[in-house]
Design a protein around this ligand. Structure first.
Ligand code: ARG
Length: 460
């Protein structure tokens, strides 16, 4: 008997069904059901014979799913119903006992917490791999000068190792955000029932232990309503993707003939169907373009959760596709970033040439004046005049005569030898001695720190 007089409209079924995407949760659902059945028997809510029948039935269903021969049916609404239907087909009416003291509401959020937790762990592992490659490439290029940019204008020279390490630290923070998401997904919702708890004295802590959760969610209403652990994962994924988009953008620029700073590995580039000379940085471009998609998933789930009355509403079914696509996108983009960085070849002469532009040492000249007692604002004005005068007469700063220098600043005229020293290339880089700066000693210090951070557990 059913309380309905007519079957579901096919269009409603299409809208309502989640089996097409939530079948991804099958292994979590089976694991959860095993823990639930064991707990029911331990609490004498079902007999040990019932438990054993359920467990062996679950084994059979698991095998069918694993071997991709599970007989899905037209009217399986979601993976939870499909598994229970099949279990009952295999073990008979005892299959109907599995759902004792459980609702799909606590069941679905428990599967999702397990999945999110696993994926947050996976993400930390993948990011650690990318950090290791960055660190290795930074070590190899620790003393290769290149221009540092602001506004995409040459600003101050830095070492390539220093620039690469900037990404290392961004990813280290991303890794911490995933560790946070992992912890947040580590509280068990199961046992909340539909929303109010269940009419049996269940043992939620036993299920938590069995399934590897750290704690249980103490409020049944919160347990079935909450999805903020998914938001935490998506937040980590969105920020990480945005970081990768900046890396992608730089690789696109740097591999262009205009910059000529690097050559991307063939394995991560495409050819053009019409222009035989071209090697396109498609993977790097996709690092740029995938980020807003992940950010979109975060914004979309915030939209689903916004002003949603407690407790479970079907709206919450919309958590899954956003999460799943973010997981897939992140996995693909972290792999691409890792592959590209491992194989990219940097071009030392081109980097060096671009960093050898004397105008890039303007800040250092200003600081020389400061050290000679000139107030910084005044020094800035003097150097601005110099960088106008030199190119006007087609000369470099180091080619200005002591008299010309004196015309801009008495102090500078009197100290033209020190100016020459400042303009000799390595001193521009080696003058950045502050902690975290680009001088070689500081970058080496940073490399050692990065090495230590890489080897520590991600959650710390
Ligand atoms: N497929 C549903 C979801 O993903 C499962 C929960 C359904 N619960 C319910 N009371 N209709 O959210």
């Amino acid at each position: 008997m059913s309380r309905f007089h007519e079957p579901q409209h096919p269009d409603f079924r299409r809208l309502n069904s989640s089996i097409a995407f939530d079948r991804r949760l099958w292994s979590q659902d089976i694991a959860q059901s095993r823990a639930h059945a064991k707990m029911l028997a331990a609490r004498e809510i079902i007999t040990t014979e019932d438990r054993d029948a359920l467990l062996s039935g679950l084994d059979a269903v698991e095998l069918e799913l694993r071997e991709e021969r599970f007989p899905f049916q037209e009217d399986d609404e979601d993976i939870h119903m499909a598994i229970e239907r099949r279990l009952t087909e295999i073990v008979g009416p005892v299959g109907g006992k599995l759902h004792t003291a459980r609702s799909r509401n606590d069941q679905v959020v428990t599967d999702l917490a397990m999945y999110t937790r696993e994926q947050a762990t996976e993400a930390q592992t993948a990011i650690t791999g990318l950090m290791a490659v960055l660190l290795q490439r930074a070590e190899e290029h620790v003393d290769w000068p290149m221009p540092g940019y602001t506004h995409l204008q040459r600003a101050q020279p830095v070492y390539l190792g220093h620039h690469l390490l900037a990404y290392f630290w961004m990813l280290q923070r991303d890794r911490s955000r995933f560790a946070f998401a992992e912890r947040e997904a580590g509280r068990l919702p199961l046992g909340a029932g539909a929303l109010a708890g269940v009419n049996f004295d269940t043992d939620r802590r036993m299920m938590a232990n069995e399934l590897g959760f750290d704690e249980i969610i103490p409020n049944s209403i919160d347990a079935v309503s909450g999805r903020d652990f998914v938001l935490d994962y998506l937040n980590a994924a969105a920020t990480c993707s945005t970081h990768l988009s900046r890396l992608g953008a730089e690789l696109v620029l740097w591999s262009s003939e205009e910059f000529g700073f690097c050559e991307l590995p063939d394995a991560w580039s495409s050819g053009s169907s019409i222009m035989p000379q071209k090697k396109n940085p498609d993977a790097a471009e996709l690092l740029r373009a995938k980020a807003p998609r992940v950010v979109g998933h975060l914004a979309a789930l915030h939209g689903v959760m916004h002003a949603l009355p407690l407790t479970y509403n079907k709206d919450l079914q919309e958590d899954k596709e956003h999460l799943f696509d973010a997981v897939d996108t992140l996995e693909a983009t972290v792999a691409a970033a890792t592959g590209m960085l491992a194989g990219v070849g940097f071009r030392r002469e081109r980097l060096q040439e671009a960093a050898a532009d004397e105008l890039i040492a303007a800040t250092d000249v200003a600081d020389l004046l400061v050290r000679l007692g000139v107030p910084f604002r005044e020094a800035h004005r003097v150097v601005a005049g110099l960088v106008r005068t030199a190119p006007d007469s087609d000369r470099r700063l180091s080619e200005l005569t002591p008299d010309e220098l004196a015309a801009h600043s008495e102090t500078l005229g009197a100290h033209h030898e020190e100016l020459a020293e400042v303009l000799s290339r390595s001193s521009w880089l080696e003058s950045k001695v502050s902690e975290g700066g680009t001088s070689l000693a500081r970058v080496r210090e940073q490399l050692a720190l990065a090495r230590a951070v890489l080897d520590e557990p991600a959650g710390s």
